[in-house]
Design a protein around this ligand. Structure first.
Ligand SMILES: [Fe+2]
Ligand SMILES: [Fe+2]
Length: 109
């Protein structure tokens, strides 16, 4: 996802930018879905809450990416938003299920 966010900054034409955003969306959805499926399979108790956070990112991402991308600064803003959100999400929310899995001796499947 970080790499896909970088591609957005590096895309300078309207078309490559749209494509980069589309890839990011597709990848993010896929990642969230597999994460949620995994959480369900291990009985993670905060699944509903976590799913809401994922849905809210998709919503925010939609808004931010719909804003006009006229300059490098706009693209950088989108990238920073993604980096900031992702880092925060991984370090706070995703960490909760690693902890849950570890405490319950669930190894990766
Ligand atoms: Fe997550
Ligand atoms: Fe994640």
């Amino acid at each position: 996802m970080f790499k896909l966010a970088n591609n957005i900054v590096e895309s300078h034409s309207e078309q490559t930018h749209k494509q980069a955003v589309m890839y990011l969306f597709a990848y993010t959805r896929k990642h969230f879905l597999s994460e949620e499926n995994m959480m369900q399979s291990i009985g993670f108790p905060l699944l509903t809450e976590h799913k809401k956070i994922h849905d809210s990112l998709i919503e925010q991402l939609t808004k931010v990416s719909e804003a006009p991308m006229k300059s490098d600064e706009d693209r950088l803003h989108l990238k920073n938003f993604i980096y900031h959100w992702l880092t925060k999400h991984i370090l706070t929310e995703d960490k909760k299920y690693y902890k849950f899995a570890k405490e319950n001796n669930i190894t990766s499947q």
